[in-house]
Write a protein that binds this ligand. Sequence first.
Ligand SMILES: C[S@@+](CC[C@H](N)C(=O)[O-])C[C@H]1O[C@@H](n2cnc3c(N)ncnc32)[C@H](O)[C@@H]1O
Length: 283
Amino acid sequence: MTSIEPNGRTIGSVLRRSTDYLVARGSETPRLDAERLLSKVLGLERIELYMALDRPLTSSELEVARELVVRRGAREPLQYVLGVWGFRRLTLNVDPRALIPRPETETLVERALLLLTGRDAPRVLDVGTGSGAIALAVKDEHPDARVSGFDFSPDALALASENAALTGLAVDLFRGDLFDGLPIGPWDLVVSNPPYVDASDVPNLEPEVRDWEPHEALTADGAIAAVARGAVGVLADDGGIVLEVGAGQAEAAADLLEELGFQDVRVTPDLRGVDRVVEGVRP
Ligand SMILES: C[S@@+](CC[C@H](N)C(=O)[O-])C[C@H]1O[C@@H](n2cnc3c(N)ncnc32)[C@H](O)[C@@H]1O
């Protein structure tokens, strides 16, 4: 049995002190952060913490908890501190090599899966795959899809490969630059969450994003248009495109798809009601 050194700290007091510490350092979700971090340290569900508020921590548990809370207090994203994060049905490794998969990107996957409905063994290309989140979720939820993903960041590709191994999902990953054109398909679906933050907005982002996430995942002038234009030459007849865009960018992206000859152009809001996902189909 683990010996408990008398350090005077219980789950309840550590949660309280960690929350106060994170409030003072500007976290928007201090209590939740404290709960998630302590859950990780103790290997308990959050609800289990509340069933054991008087349980003392060992000195080594306390030390590890302190380290994680200090990292979060430096505004490192909770996801990077935890090292894993959920995306659709998957739990993926996340770290500063790639963007943290966002809830709004789950809407993109939902639209992609709808466009794949009824297609046998569709060929799917994920442009700027990052952690591999989109490619792996599509493969997971449409298992006969043949999914490829590329990125120009070797770090991101290394993380995506780890996630493919972790989830046991077979996707083809390779290096490439979306501004050099898209790889020859033909693809039945091109999906992408390209960098879409204006470079001038980066200084105003939350520290978690600005100081920790890779900037090449956030900004790349003209990336949305490059993916849309690149898709025209590599999509199969009747092939589709699904793009994630920034707030205020959906109308321009939809207009561009129409100009490029895509049909059934549609904009879908994310869960917060922001027009987020733009799609179309080649005639
Ligand atoms: C917004 S992140 C999306 C990551 C992942 N698909 C997701 O949704 O979580 C954009 C990705 O595009 C990649 N990227 C940026 N510029 C690129 C380029 N010129 N060619 C290929 N990939 C690029 C970045 O490395 C990053 O992984």
